[in-house]
Design a protein around this ligand. Structure first.
Ligand code: GLU
Length: 300
């Protein structure tokens, strides 16, 4: 079977160095294996997502030379598919309505914050009777720990119960949750390799469990270390500062950026200007460092 990789940004802002590194790594992995590479816009989270931000992200990817092999999917166009998935989960008895407010959950939280600030849902509404699809909906998960072999991090094992608890799949405001959309679309698009930032590692076990409930194939995962600002701070906070446009304004052209990205992925010994194709023969997951990388001075 042909490898199918994808880059799935949320159109909530400018693609920063960390996003661009993820995009390049997934492209290199798919292309070097002779596989397909897709771009998907994850714009289910209504108010924070904007089409024009997504269009700008696509232009930036194109400037880097990274083009999707198929028309770009926008999750906001795919509600029917997510509804179907909810119906499947409901028929199998996994779903229940949840009436907990954010405040309830804060008051209820007995479990300490986990390492990444996630608080598992304590299951308060688990026994509520079904009231139809127009409620906030959570899913139970098949029990027990989940293990997977991460292409960057090596062997991983997590208990979704301890990290997220039963995830919310449909919100009271009518939005589908990211966990549902990402799993459904990876399945529908035949994605066999998920490359993304290590910030999503803690929710991977939960997503694998949702896949299992829906009878979908499990992809291979690669969680890349985050790119930090030159001073070690979070890049996301001032994302625009390390976007393509901001870099260009500082005189950093695309080939130089690609050279740094390729070097940070272990493809080349020194950050020398290049094109993405130049990196293909050198790409190898075993050479991709697992830890955080810092952006060069003056780049963010
Ligand atoms: N849309 C998610 C994000 O931008 C990434 C989802 C994924 O790659 O699985 O954070």
């Amino acid at each position: 079977m042909k490898l199918t990789g994808r880059f799935a940004p949320s159109p909530t802002g400018v693609l920063h160095l960390g996003n661009l590194r993820t995009a390049l790594a997934s492209w290199l992995s798919a292309r070097s294996a002779g596989g397909r590479w897709l771009i998907r816009m994850e714009d289910v989270d209504g108010p924070r997502c904007h089409r024009d931000l997504g269009e700008a992200q696509l232009r930036d990817l194109s400037r880097l030379g990274l083009e999707s092999d198929e028309p770009v999917l926008w999750q906001s166009d795919r509600s029917d598919l997510y509804h179907e998935a909810l119906a499947t989960l409901h028929r199998a008895g996994w779903l229940y309505p949840c009436v907990c407010t954010r405040k309830d959950l804060q008051l209820l939280a007995s479990a300490p914050h986990s390492e990444d600030g996630l608080r598992p849902y304590p299951g308060r509404c688990r026994d509520r009777a079904w009231e139809g699809f127009n409620r906030a909906l959570r899913t139970r998960l098949p029990e027990g720990p989940v293990s997977w072999e991460d292409l960057v991090l090596g062997p991983q094992a997590d208990d979704p119960e301890a990290l997220t608890g039963d995830p919310l799949l449909f919100r009271r405001d009518g939005c589908f949750a990211y966990h549902l959309a990402v799993v459904v679309d990876d399945g529908a698009q035949g994605v066999s390799e998920v490359v993304r930032g290590a910030d999503l590692r803690p929710v991977t076990a939960t997503q694998i469990r949702i896949q299992e409930s829906l009878g979908l194939q499990r992809p291979t995962y690669a969680h890349l270390g985050m790119v930090a600002a030159p001073d070690g701070g979070r890049l996301g906070k001032r994302a625009g500062a390390s976007g393509l446009e901001a870099l260009a304004a500082r005189g950093i052209a695309v080939p130089e950026l690609l050279g740094w990205l390729g070097w940070s992925l272990g493809c080349i010994d020194r950050p020398e200007s290049c094109r993405p194709e130049d990196l293909l023969v050198h790409f190898d997951w075993t050479r991709v460092p697992a830890g955080e990388v810092r952006a060069p001075e003056g780049w963010a």
